[in-house]
Design a protein around this ligand. Structure first.
Ligand code: IFM
Length: 435
């Protein structure tokens, strides 16, 4: 089960927490809802931990808000902020649930943004320092660590398309931000391992497996380019191959890249620091047609109706894509271990007159994707974990509370939690799979 700090915690200025780029993005009028109250998880920690225990999961992925721990990104540690994660970790361990913290799920300290954020080189050491501070404190109870979440989204939606914080719109910034996220990741792996000898560390990488929209060779060519931009750009360097040459050439021809300045000596080795697992966030695949590789839009048109339909995000439901991609990653890169760090569906079904939420479409989606993971394992992919996105309905970034990914309904007036039918289904599925 997975969540992230900005999306559920609320309490955006409690106990010395600093401002993040998403707080500022809202203050600047770029998102429909602000960071408060979210699900007010910060003040309802025990209740939410009890729900997790009742669900029966043996692992919980959450993220740590950098601004709670280091309100300005660097400098003095905010004891109260770090104390919150201390209590969260204790609460999980007491309930027999393994904590899987993510260090960076997009909520950069605004103070760091003001000195360039992920575009500036300094950030890689600021992130390394933050990783060290957190792992030194929690490492006696936390074994598994996820460094960065969805670097493509943070780099490109945030710095090229401008639709996510910090809202920049140029290629060079996006490519630099992506590069620094990867270098920061590599430095964080070593920093965590320096503090926690038994640590298992990996990144959480988003993917959009690309498929040619038709048999037209032009679509096949476009699909290779799109795959390079969206997937290989991150998976290749993480596995010691450097950035994909076809895409480097393309960016350089289009005047988008100043690789000489961006990549410092030793960077590619740092990025390729060995991971203990490769985290994969999977939601959908994309059919790509000639022209869409131009990458002018944040999302390529989803193309013809797939037989399984769409979620309310407009994402095609394609469980076979998850199975195939896990097997492809295994065959292409041989990661030591694969973990599905996110998978889930947005459907807005709410309580009926009896207060029951019948979200059958989510159950169908999850059942099909769990089967896909089982199939990928049977085909030899070393998949060792699966996290559903998400525990409860929460802030879906620029879409506010409208997109609902949760297995728990959260009443927007009272913040009361109501487990949906999918929660009960998942609870039995966990029991069934454990045998
Ligand atoms: O809600 C997000 C999450 O923060 C990152 N991965 C995708 C989810 C659904 O859009």
């Amino acid at each position: 089960m997975a969540t992230s700090a900005f999306q559920i915690e609320g309490a955006s200025r409690a106990d010395g927490k600093g401002e993040s780029i998403w707080d500022r993005f809202h203050a600047d009028g770029k998102t429909p809802v602000g960071p408060d109250p979210a699900c007010d998880h910060y003040h309802r920690l025990e209740e939410d931990l009890d729900l997790l225990a009742y669900l029966g999961v043996d692992a919980y992925r959450f993220s740590i808000a950098w601004t709670r721990v280091l309100p300005e990104g660097t400098g003095d540690v905010n004891a109260a902020g770090l104390g919150f994660y201390d209590r969260l970790v204790d609460g999980l361990v007491e309930r027999g649930i393994e904590p899987w913290p993510t260090l960076y799920h997009w909520d950069l300290p605004q103070d760091l943004q003001e000195s360039g954020g992920w575009v500036s080189r300094d950030i890689v050491h600021q992130f390394e320092n933050y990783a060290r501070v957190v792992s030194a404190r929690l490492g006696d109870r936390v074994k598994n660590w996820i460094t960065i979440n969805e670097p493509w989204v943070a780099a490109f939606l945030g710095h090229l398309y401008g639709v996510f914080a910090p809202g920049l719109t140029d290629w060079n910034s996006a490519l630099r931000a992506g590069h620094h996220l990867l270098v920061g990741h590599g430095l964080a792996v070593s920093a965590i391992k320096g503090e926690v000898s038994e640590a298992a560390v990996g990144p959480g990488i988003d993917c959009r497996p690309a498929r040619p929209a038709s048999d037209d060779p032009a679509d096949a060519g476009a699909s290779v380019v799109f795959d390079g931009f969206r997937n290989r750009w991150f998976f290749d360097p993480l596995h010691g191959r450097g950035y994909p040459e076809d895409i480097m050439r393309r960016y350089s021809d289009l005047g988008r890249l100043d690789a000489g300045e961006m990549i410092e000596v030793g960077d590619m080795e740092v990025i390729a620091t060995a991971n203990d697992f490769l985290g994969l966030n999977y939601y959908t695949t994309l059919p790509v047609s000639a022209g869409s590789e131009e990458l002018d839009d944040p999302e390529v048109d989803p193309g013809p109706d797939p037989s399984d339909g769409y979620t309310e995000m407009g994402w095609a439901i394609d469980p076979g894509g998850l199975r195939d991609y896990l097997v492809d990653l295994h065959e292409e890169y041989s990661p030591a271990s694969l973990v599905v760090t996110e998978n889930g569906a947005s459907f807005s079904d709410g309580p009926n007159d009896d207060g029951v939420v019948h979200d059958q479409r989510r159950i169908d989606y999850l059942a099909a994707h769990v089967r896909a993971v089982v199939d990928a394992r049977a085909a030899g992919a070393p998949v060792d974990g699966y996290f559903v996105w998400s525990l409860m309905d929460n802030i879906e970034w620029t879409q506010g509370y409208d997109q609902k990914f949760g297995l728990i309904w959260v009443d927007r007036d009272t913040l009361e939690r109501t487990p949906k039918a999918s929660f009960d289904w998942y609870r039995s599925e966990i029991e069934r799979l454990r045998g």
